[in-house]
Design a binder for this molecule. Structure first.
Ligand SMILES: [Zn+2]
Length: 161
């Protein structure tokens, strides 16, 4: 317990005393450095708790949204599959890829032969891209080459020349 002097009579009193025991003068309480730090820590804790609650609620909302989207995707999974195969047969690689990404998103590449179709489309779009990618973009060329090599595993490795 800290001790300080009474402003009125100079008597030594405890800082926690509300009134001076000697003269009865009211003791003004001042917040010290320690109290300020405690208040700041408390504010920090409150902000953290609130933002954690907020994040948890956001996560729950997103999870619910995802579940609803997945459900509507699943309810017409055959229709999505038919769309995919028809886009692919028409040579619309980009359109087909956007449907494949849905199958990936909802973790349904196990449906029929969608996993195989996904592989083929990725190889196809890599082949398309490799024609347009700049010849000095070694990073992308390497990535595309790797992708194609994976697809053609067991067959001839794609030659980037
Ligand atoms: Zn006093």
């Amino acid at each position: 317990m800290a001790i300080k002097k009474c402003r009125e009579c100079g008597h030594q009193i405890s800082t926690t005393a509300g009134v001076c025991p000697s003269c009865g003068a009211k003791v003004k309480r001042r917040f010290g450095c320690g109290s300020l730090i405690l208040v700041l820590i408390l504010i920090g804790i409150i902000i953290t708790v609130i933002s954690n609650l907020h994040a948890t609620r956001q996560k729950a909302i997103l999870a619910q949204q995802f579940a609803q989207e997945k459900q509507s995707f699943e309810s017409d999974i055959e229709g999505n599959y038919q769309n995919l195969t028809s886009l692919k047969s028409r040579g619309d690689t980009q359109g087909a890829m956007s449907i494949v990404s849905q199958f990936e998103k909802y973790n349904r590449l196990d449906y029929r032969d969608t996993a195989q179709i996904a592989k083929e489309l990725k190889a196809l779009s890599a082949l398309n891209e490799i024609k347009t990618v700049k010849s000095n973009d070694y990073k992308r060329l390497y990535e595309l080459n790797t992708l194609l090599s994976e697809y053609y595993t067991g067959k001839d490795t794609y030659n980037s020349n």
